[in-house]
Design a protein around this ligand. Structure first.
Ligand SMILES: Cc1cc2nc3c(=O)[nH]c(=O)nc-3n(C[C@H](O)[C@H](O)[C@H](O)COP(=O)(O)OP(=O)(O)OC[C@H]3O[C@@H](n4cnc5c(N)ncnc54)[C@H](O)[C@@H]3O)c2cc1C
Ligand code: SF4
Length: 330
């Protein structure tokens, strides 16, 4: 593994100062399960994806850790571990969608030290990207190996020169809960809805989110859902043991007299960013859910553009959207 300088700031301001000094050659370090044990150990690098010279350890900043729940919603520090989220009674009562999604991440061991901020900002898992021998477009090369190669787990929606799928289960759930990110940088803090947080390859193939090199995610803010909001999470994995989503679905919606009032359906594992299925939501608006969910779920087919080996994911996505809505109603 490449050597690096380790910085241990005591505050967010100090962390931002170090990031500002080093620019793109520095990265923030949370639990390290992806950055150190994956990207750096496996030399996942290229001209557009240099390995860092400096790591800014966030475990030394106590203010980044913790969960607060009040009448306005929840605030979760970026360094809160996935296990802390899963074990929070208040989050379980108010945001079961998030706690279930967090529980479906990786293994108990990884959840014990993997953080919310790290889960949201982890790099994609495309096996060509992770392979040292493939200098693909996302690393700054000039070729996408998934187009002619094994693309069975790649994107079926929204691929554009690069066909990664967003790997984060919690990000999918947070989008369905209409959450926001609090970001710290040299000019202070800013808020961004997760709707606008993730970046598609078409927008910038070298990035996955809006964070600049001198910024970090500080907190996640989840608004209190409307009364009686139904929430459900479903994830299909290729292996029964821990694994990334082949397809996942997060649903949060309100119903009145069996009629869909408002809500969100978000899919993970299908697109380079968590995919909000507005096309499905539009089909449900103002309609009897049980009577219209089958037809609404089928609309996912109109936006899907599968690759040579992953058309099966379109069928899976359609069926899982329907089953997740049904699960939320039950
Ligand atoms: C075997 C295995 C199976 C897995 N399965 C799943 C799965 O099923 N579902 C799933 O969602 N994930 C899965 N993961 C990913 C795992 O959940 C992530 O590795 C973990 O959540 C990342 O957390 P971390 O704190 O260790 O992050 P790190 O590895 O420290 O960081 C990951 C990335 O996020 C950046 N980062 C971290 N914190 C911040 C911050 N506050 N602001 C800005 N950037 C930040 C880092 O710079 C780095 O690029 C799996 C990982 C492994 C190794
Ligand atoms: S899908 Fe993206 S990350 Fe994977 S090989 Fe193609 S360009 Fe690289």
């Amino acid at each position: 593994m490449k050597s690096f300088e380790l910085y241990e700031p005591a505050s967010v301001r100090e962390a931002v100062g170090i990031l500002t000094k080093f620019g793109p050659r520095a990265k923030v370090l949370a639990g390290g399960s992806d950055l150190v044990a994956g990207v750096m150990k496996d030399w996942v690098e290229g001209e557009g994806m240099p390995l860092p010279d400096a790591l800014v350890d966030l475990t030394t900043i106590p203010q980044l850790r913790g969960i607060k729940v009040d009448k306005n919603g929840a605030t979760i520090g970026a360094m809160t571990t996935l296990t802390e989220i899963i074990e929070s009674k208040e989050l379980n009562e108010r945001f079961p969608l998030l706690t279930r999604a967090a529980h479906s991440v990786a293994s108990q061991l990884i959840r014990n030290y993997g953080t919310l901020g790290g889960n949201i900002n982890q790099r994609p898992r495309c096996w060509f990207l992770r392979g040292r021998d493939f200098n693909c477009l996302k690393k700054g090369g000039d070729f996408c190996f998934s187009v002619g190669g094994d693309n069975r787990y790649h994107a079926i929606i929204g691929g554009d020169r690069c066909y990664i799928v967003h790997p984060s289960d919690t990000a999918t759930a947070l989008l369905a809960l209409n959450a926001q990110a609090k970001i710290a940088g040299p000019s202070g803090e800013r808020l961004a809805l997760f709707d606008k947080y993730f970046v598609t390859p078409g927008e910038d193939i070298l990035r996955e989110n809006i964070l600049k090199p001198d910024e970090l995610l500080v907190e996640v803010l989840i608004p209190t859902p409307a009364p009686d909001t139904k929430q459900a999470w479903m994830k299909l994995k290729n292996r029964q043991v821990y694994d990334f989503a082949v397809v996942s679905v997060a649903a949060a919606f309100t119903v009145e007299n069996d009629i869909w009032k408002d809500g969100r359906i978000v899919l993970g594992g299908v697109a380079p960013i968590p995919y909000r299925a507005v096309v499905v939501e539009n089909q449900l608006k103002g309609k009897n859910i049980k009577n219209s969910m089958k037809q609404a779920a089928a609309v996912i087919r109109t936006v899907a553009r599968p690759m040579s080996m992953n058309a099966y994911k379109v069928d899976v996505a359609q069926s899982m959207v329907e089953r997740t809505i049904l699960g939320a109603l039950e």
